[in-house]
Structures are given as C-alpha cells and as structure tokens.
Design a protein around this ligand. Structure first.
Ligand SMILES: Cc1cc2nc3c(=O)[nH]c(=O)nc-3n(C[C@H](O)[C@H](O)[C@H](O)COP(=O)(O)O)c2cc1C
Length: 277
C-alpha cells in the first residue's frame, strides 16, 4: 500500500477510493495525516518563520481579488491573558506560544471606495460572506504551511462567543470581525488523526443523494468509537438528555448542536456596520 493510500485508510477507514495509481506526493500525504494540536512545547517559533507563514496565508485565493482577509497577531502578554481568561475551558488559548486572529475585513474595500470617490456599501451579506471566506482560506493556508514545517495549530472560533470583549481588546473597527483565532507552536505530544465521515456521505456524483446517511452514520459511530471512544466524563448535557446506551460521534454532535452557540455574533455584526442586505 502506498503512503497516501495508507493515510487515506487511517483518515476514513471507509473502504472508499485509495488514490490508486496517483503519484506519491509528500504535501498531500501531510494533509491527509494532519491533526489539530492543543498542547505546545515552550519553544517559540522564529520570527522569520512566522513572517513566512503570514506571507503564505496572505497568498491564498481571494474573492474578486478584493483581498478581504486581515491577520492580527496578539503579542502583548496582558492582552493574551485577558483573551485566555474569557475561555477557561480552553487553556491553550492563553498558553500557546503564538496566537493569531484571522479577521474578515469588509472595511478596507469600503475605504478603497471612499478613497476613489465611489459609493461602496460593503456591509451586505455578500460583503460579509466574501470577507469570511477570504479569512478562512487564509487561515487554512497558514495551518497547512505551519504543519508542513512541523508546527501544530488549533483554530479558535470560540472567540466569537465573546465577540464584544474580544473585539474591544483588539480594537476592531466597524466592518472588521474575527473569523477565528489560531494557536500555534511546536507540538508537545503526538496526537492522533481524527476519523472523518465516510466519503459515501460527504461526496456526491452528478446529483446530491444522502439516502444512505442513517446506516453510514451508525457505521461511522461504531468505527470511531472503537478507535477513540468518548470518555463518560466528556458526555454532554446528561442531566438534560440522559445517559446514552451508546455515546458516539453523532450523539455528541447532536447534543452539541442542540445548544445553539454564537448568540452574541449577529447583534455584534449588526451594530458594527453590517446590514446583510
Ligand atoms: C473554524 C474552526 C474553529 C475551531 N474552533 C475551535 C475552538 O474554538 N476550540 C478548539 O479547541 N478547537 C477548535 N477547532 C478545532 C476542531 O475542533 C478540530 O479541527 C476538529 O475537532 C477536527 O479535528 P482535526 O482538525 O484534528 O481533524 C476549530 C476548527 C475550525 C476549523
């Protein structure tokens, strides 16, 4: 079995396509084997390397070449601690050697319009969506670039749950909003590749078809549980939902999604320049 086929098997374990016949590719192998890292050694990555990662991130594709991603690095220890304190259940936010925030920046294009005397109104749904995608692509490019040099990362969208406080700490103006933070450093431990949903439910050919979803999810839950069972103490909301006879990925995600997150985000955006028209 090729290294990539082996990595595909570890990632999906679904008996699906193996990349048979494709040339081995080191970059793709790394992507197939990637994993989120939340604990880091104390070694701080060199400034030159961080410059490279930022440059790589800002080389991502950008909708209409509008270039609506901005990257903010939080270096001030007081500010780091203040952000970390908002999320005590995720200590890596305050502790990672490096912390970036990826911003959707709909403001810059509006300012460009003002500079050129053109009426740009970029608080629309389209403006918000484009800026979000640009920021997400920039973050993912930094993630893969960082992982390619042995760094580990963890995206942090929980900062949007306290968007008012985070935005005030970072001095964000109207039309600029956090998409996610990114913890970055050298991994302290090995971690593991997280099993993904079987490709027969996440890929489609010619027509969308999710008729096989129930059986596929059951099968995925069992296979994932056999590899990395969710410990009993990590089960969510047992008081509300009761003890599950079998607590797999789908039970966990259904319970998580049943408690809507992010209530602070829409009012924040509406009061900071977005009308979503
Ligand atoms: C947009 C985005 C936001 C995320 N936010 C958080 C977060 O706030 N806290 C956290 O610990 N992990 C966060 N994660 C990491 C995911 O939990 C992780 O990617 C997922 O469990 C899959 O694991 P893997 O990346 O190792 O395959 C986030 C990931 C993404 C893509």
């Amino acid at each position: 079995m090729s290294a990539c086929a082996d990595a595909i098997e570890r990632r999906f374990g679904d008996g699906g396509p193996s990349g048979d016949g494709a040339a081995e590719n080191e970059f793709i192998h790394r992507v197939l084997s990637r994993k989120t890292v939340r604990r880091y050694s104390d070694v701080v990555p060199a400034e030159g390397l961080l410059d490279l990662l930022v440059a790589a991130a800002l080389s991502s594709s950008a909708k209409s070449d509008f270039q609506q991603a901005s990257i903010l690095r939080v270096t001030d220890p007081v500010q780091r601690a203040a952000i970390g304190k908002l999320f005590p259940s995720m200590p890596w936010i305050g502790l990672s050697p490096v912390f970036f925030v990826f911003l959707g920046d709909a403001r810059r294009l509006q300012r460009v319009g003002q500079l050129r005397g053109k009426p740009v109104s970029n608080g629309t749904l389209e403006g918000f969506f484009n800026a979000s995608i640009d920021a997400a692509l920039a973050m993912q490019t930094m993630i893969l670039s960082a992982e390619s040099v042995g760094l580990g990362v963890c995206p942090i969208s929980v900062i949007r749950n306290e968007v008012d406080k985070v935005a005030a700490l970072l001095g964000l103006p109207d039309l600029v909003f956090p998409v996610a933070g990114l913890c970055l450093g050298y991994p302290q431990s090995e971690g593991y590749v997280s099993l993904r949903l079987p490709r027969r439910v996440t890929t489609h050919c010619d027509r969308y078809d999710d008729s096989a979803l129930p059986e596929a999810i059951d099968d995925y839950d069992r296979r994932r549980d056999a590899l990395h069972a969710i410990p009993r103490e990590q089960q969510r909301s047992n008081a509300e939902f009761g003890d599950a006879a079998f607590y797999g990925w789908s039970e966990d995600k259904a319970r998580q999604a049943a408690k809507a997150e992010g209530a602070a985000f829409p009012p924040y955006l509406r009061s900071h320049g977005f009308n979503f028209d």
